[in-house]
Design a protein around this ligand. Structure first.
Ligand code: NAD
Length: 305
């Protein structure tokens, strides 16, 4: 049994911390939102007074936060509370530069560190079936692996500091692009008189098969657990997808990689969030695309009257 500090008990952090509790670890958690602390407490997480208190005396501290600057700030406050050789793991999806800054903060304090972002969503966090993409030293990976294994099913050591976030950013560019493609296919199918279920039954067993379709299906019906069946309540919020696509485009610019469809997906998610998509599941982009289509058709219809 290890002493775990868990900072950030949101949609993902709370179920991940709960799985660590179920595996027999002593988990002390903290979130700036009191309601999140209360929910985690109900899952057996001991609630700390602040970030430093959550980390104090821990063998391993996990952070699951929304932004790179927040991660660096929290790691800077946590590092002095840990004994040399303790491990810090950040599972947020953040830019590679911030991930490397966080590793440097840990190294200066004599700590081991991993960037270990996840794929698998709230469903995977709850079931303990996440995929972890991990960056950091072999020694840090060896120390973190047993804890990651109780929160996830696949743990891939991608390389040195920042490699986990690099892999995650590439993966989520695929997800954002494919959610838009799946949404457009349902809109097109409907306009051709095809039922949602028929398109789902075909595409989910044919070459259109992908995670955005089979797990996060953007229309109600075919996948009962998808956000489309609960009025697009997240799940994975649209602003987080917009953030991940922005990260992909920052990386594409700085590395010179051509990603034209990634750029288009990033622009579409920015517009969706600005038009009221904040706090809506990323699958709700299908509603935004429908509305765009209606707005763009309106003047054409008028001109034709
Ligand atoms: P969330 O907003 O639900 O959770 C983040 C939590 O961090 C919030 O509860 C917030 O109050 C807390 N927080 C912010 N600043 C803090 C601070 N200084 N100290 C303590 N707590 C603080 O977000 P989420 O959906 O859990 O996602 C977290 C990370 O995981 C993001 O980087 C996201 O991109 C990534 N992710 C999310 C999903 C998903 O399906 N939701 C899937 C994969 C990866």
């Amino acid at each position: 049994m290890a002493k775990i500090g868990f900072i950030g008990l949101g949609n993902m952090g709370a179920p991940m911390a709960a799985n660590a509790v179920r595996a027999g670890h002593a988990v002390r958690g903290y979130d700036i939102a009191a309601a999140r602390c209360a929910e985690a407490a109900a899952q057996g997480v001991a609630i700390a007074a602040d970030v430093g208190d959550a980390a104090s005396g821990a063998d391993i501290v996990v952070t699951m936060l929304n932004a790179g600057a927040t991660v660096v700030d929290v790691w800077t406050r946590v590092a002095p509370r840990l004994a040399p050789g303790a491990l810090m793991i950040d599972s947020s999806t953040i830019d590679v530069d911030s991930a490397r800054r966080a590793h440097a903060v840990a190294a200066e304090a004599g700590l081991l560190s991993l960037d270990a972002p996840v794929s698998g969503g709230v469903e995977g966090a709850t079931a303990g079936t996440l995929t972890f993409m991990v960056g950091g030293s072999e020694q840090a990976f060896a120390k973190g692996q047993p804890l990651l294994a109780v929160m996830g099913r696949r743990i891939v050591h991608c390389g040195g500091p920042g490699a986990g976030d690099a892999a995650k950013i590439c993966n989520n560019m695929i997800l954002g692009v494919s959610m838009i493609a799946v949404s457009e296919a349902f809109i097109l199918g409907e306009s051709l008189g095809l039922s949602r279920q028929a398109l789902f039954d075909v595409a989910s067993n044919a070459s259109g098969q992908c995670y955005a379709l089979t797990t996060h299906c953007p229309v109600p019906g075919p996948v009962p657990g998808s956000a489309a069946n609960r009025d697009y309540r997240p799940g994975f919020a649209a602003e987080l997808m917009a953030k991940d696509l922005r990260l992909s485009q920052d990386c594409a610019r700085s590395s010179g990689a051509p990603t034209p469809i990634g750029a288009a997906a990033s622009a579409l998610y920015e517009r969706f969030v600005d038009a009221g998509g904040r706090g809506v599941d990323y699958a709700g982009v299908i509603r935004f695309i429908r509305e765009m289509e209606e707005q763009e058709r309106a003047p054409i219809a008028k001109a034709g009257e």
